[in-house]
Write a protein that binds this ligand. Structure first.
Ligand SMILES: *[C@@H]1O[C@H](CO)[C@@H](O)[C@H](O)[C@H]1NC(C)=O
Ligand SMILES: *[C@@H]1O[C@H](CO)[C@@H](O)[C@H](O)[C@H]1NC(C)=O
Ligand SMILES: *[C@@H]1O[C@H](CO)[C@@H](O)[C@H](O)[C@H]1NC(C)=O
Length: 406
């Protein structure tokens, strides 16, 4: 397999550890792009196949390390939310998990928004009423705080003692929907993502976010997209002397055509945009210039973000390979079936197409690389979301660029 060095030396010289230290190196940009092909590291999770509605944040991490009592954090429902109409798709209360910071982290906050795709039709949103992605009636009462949320210094050296929040995702549109279209759907679905976001912020302010000295808004997948959409808004809620940054983990969705040249993802985002009334949550300059669905893609969103952003991503993100590049519907004869589930099974032609996808990603990031306050860590793993799991966040086997050992 050809090894293409699209990253400059300075980019490749920055290690995974530096990626984590980005938080400390305030104002200094860090780029880390793996220049190696994808044979480097295929994570065990890669063998679990996800669909549009899959939840990358299941309890899988429990199989990798022992859970202790402090890792388990109870669900809190936002009881004040109904008054302002901030409810999940089914009308139930939204929820979050919170662990208070301590010691030097007492005035630092990290918010991590759960992922779980989007729903683009009444049917698919309706279906979510039966699972945690659309109803708190189905949310886990306790979740394991691992990776970036872990309370253990050894597993999470930068954030272990910060105030840590996991936001449960239950609106189906990256916390950005508006109720404008609700009446038209007639199916008793609530599109209240933006209201949920606002109610959550009020709550966290009352819990101490108002006293924060530094805050990181992060999220995985659709939650990573939510972190980008709300990044500047979050920044604006906090005083100017507070350090605020945003982190999108596997949230850089590409506006690419699939293997049969259909703009599957663009169509999908278009439907999400219309159904959930996303217009008001997206940047008006973009809406004025572009096809609205384009404005939901991170490539456009980051152009308008003034707050420092860090992208944690894989060039061979398996969710994107399975849903943007090779959606099941675009492979009716299953030519790609084995390859899309495990890249070890791809033949030379297919590998070349995956490399093309990687090139598209790097091209989409070209503009962002000029951003002096931004940073990124682009690995070559067949993976989706790397911050929430100990194994990919901070472990001896975690992805590394330039093979630097901790
Ligand atoms: C929630 O409602 C209670 C009772 O009305 C009020 O005291 C409290 O301040 C509210 N909390 C938030 C975060 O709005
Ligand atoms: C920011 O400024 C305010 C008002 O001067 C002050 O009370 C607060 O402690 C400062 N916060 C930080 C993080 O420096
Ligand atoms: C790889 O597989 C695809 C789909 O089965 C096929 O069309 C293509 O010819 C194969 N390429 C090689 C080099 O075997």
């Amino acid at each position: 397999m050809a090894v293409e060095n699209l990253a400059s030396n300075s980019m490749a010289n920055i290690s995974w550890l530096h990626g984590l230290l980005w938080w400390r190196n305030w104002g200094k940009r860090d780029w880390a792009i793996s220049a190696i092909g994808f044979a480097v590291f295929v994570f065990a999770l890669a063998f679990v196949s996800y669909s549009w509605n899959s939840d990358p944040d299941s309890n899988l991490s429990s199989t990798f390390h022992r859970i202790t009592a402090t890792d388990l954090v109870d669900l809190t429902l936002l009881h004040n939310a109904t008054r302002r109409g901030a409810v999940c798709l089914d009308g139930s209360l939204p929820g979050y998990h919170f662990q208070r910071g301590f010691g030097s982290g007492a005035n630092s906050w990290v918010l991590y928004i759960e992922g779980g795709g989007w729903c683009n039709t009444i049917e698919s949103c309706f279906w979510r009423k039966e699972i945690h992605l659309g109803s708190s009636k189905h949310m886990g009462h306790r979740v394991h705080f691992t990776g970036i949320l872990s309370p253990h210094q050894t597993q999470n050296p930068e954030f272990f003692n910060w105030n840590r929040v996991k936001v449960q995702y239950c609106d189906g549109a990256s916390l950005a929907g508006h109720p404008d279209n609700e009446l038209r759907n007639g199916a008793r679905l609530f599109f209240r993502g933006q209201l949920i976001w606002e109610a959550l912020m009020d709550k966290f302010f009352s819990l101490g976010l108002s006293e924060a000295k530094q805050a990181l808004l992060a999220g995985c997948s659709a939650g990573g997209l939510a972190a980008l959409i709300h990044c500047d808004e979050f920044r604006g809620l906090l005083p100017k002397n507070v350090t605020v940054k945003c982190l999108a983990d596997a949230g850089f969705f590409l506006d690419e055509k699939d293997v049969i040249e259909n703009p599957t993802m663009r169509y999908f985002f278009h439907d999400v945009f219309i159904l959930h009334g996303l217009r008001k949550s997206l940047h008006k300059d973009c809406i004025a210039r572009k096809e609205p669905a384009e404005c939901l893609f991170p490539k456009e969103i980051i152009k308008n973000i003034a707050t420092p952003v860090f992208l944690l991503h894989s060039a061979y993100d398996f969710w994107q390979i399975q849903n943007i590049l090779i959606p099941e519907g675009s492979d009716p004869y299953h030519y790609w079936q084995k390859c899309r589930l495990d890249i070890h099974n791809c033949n030379a032609t297919q590998v070349e197409i995956l490399q093309g996808y990687r090139r598209s990603l790097l091209k989409a990031l070209k503009e962002f690389q000029k951003n002096k306050e931004g940073g990124m860590f682009i690995s070559s793993c067949f993976i989706h979301c790397q911050a929430w799991m100990t194994e990919t966040w901070h472990a001896p086997t975690s992805p590394r660029i330039n093979n630097k050992v901790r």
